[in-house]
Design a protein around this ligand. Structure first.
Ligand SMILES: [Zn+2]
Length: 280
């Protein structure tokens, strides 16, 4: 599949964040990025039917949406990607691949499977970005290894993604508890540092604090990122196989249409407006 994806790695990187941008223009977007699995009793949360129709019958669509629909949305996106492969529509394949990757990666983040998603219930605000952005930005390029070998065919995508969600849900307690412990031991005047980012001075978790937290987690973040990369590659591969393995050197719609471009512009405008508002 390299013939298709390799030349577009820049596009895939850039557009992997489109689903987050869409949150600012589409009210129903937010629910697609998470599931508060702890809302459904105790591990392994058997109160919650894994099949969408059964879950709706039991809890109603509104209540499911309020607690996040991530694992179901990933399956819808896989179906859309499979259809795009069947249609041999290159622009669609690339857009959907980038976005499916986002949703899969989100579900590998423990705090995307917890109602205490930013430590707001335990006085740990900021822990979400600490785990998923600050630490990877500090360590991923320099110290982590993302060579994961080959993608594999996933015969039961639903089962696969629910397993990842249960792992995330189980890890969320550790993520929160370990930060709490470290915070209690660490000198509070050295917990944060000030750094310039894009011309703005921001307060962030200090490098010393970040590295200690990462050590305490014993490679959890790197491990989750590796699993996430494997899952994304395997879902892309699965979509292609399920579509009958179309020849990827003979696709249609190889240029993005004016409508595609309009959508990208709209997402960027929403994102930029919001970024400006955040800093006011
Ligand atoms: Zn997201």
């Amino acid at each position: 599949m390299m013939v298709l994806y390799k030349p577009f790695s820049g596009f895939l990187t850039e557009h992997a964040v489109d689903p987050d941008k869409r949150r600012y223009i589409l009210p129903q977007e937010g629910a697609r990025h998470f599931i508060d699995i702890d809302h459904y009793g105790k591990y392994p949360y058997t109160d919650l039917p894994r099949k969408w129709n059964e879950a709706v019958a039991k809890f109603s669509e509104d209540s499911l949406s309020a607690n996040g629909i991530g694992p179901w949305w990933v399956q819808i996106m896989l179906q859309r990607l499979t259809n795009a492969f069947k249609e041999k529509d290159q622009a669609k394949i690339l857009k959907l691949s980038a976005e499916l990757g986002h949703y899969i990666a989100d579900l590998h983040v423990p705090l995307h499977a917890s109602s205490n998603h930013d430590g707001q219930l335990t006085d740990q605000k900021g822990i979400h970005g600490f785990w998923e952005s600050r630490i990877p930005e500090l360590l991923a390029d320099k110290e982590w290894d993302f060579f994961i070998g080959k993608a594999e065919y996933i015969s039961k995508p639903g089962d696969f993604i629910w397993k990842r969600v249960l792992e995330s849900g189980a890890a969320a307690d550790t993520v929160l508890q370990f930060e709490k412990e470290l915070s209690n031991q660490f000198p509070s005047d050295r917990k944060f540092s000030f750094e310039e980012r894009n011309g703005i001075v921001v307060r962030q978790f200090s490098s010393a604090y970040s590295k200690l937290y990462n050590e305490k987690l014993k490679g959890m973040i790197e491990r989750r990122m590796r699993q996430s990369i494997y899952a994304v590659a395997s879902f892309w591969y699965t979509g292609w196989v399920n579509a009958g393995q179309p020849d990827l050197t003979k696709l249609n719609h190889t240029n993005f249409s004016p409508e595609d471009q309009r959508e990208f512009d709209e997402l960027n405008a929403a994102w930029n407006n919001n970024t400006i508002r955040d800093h006011e």
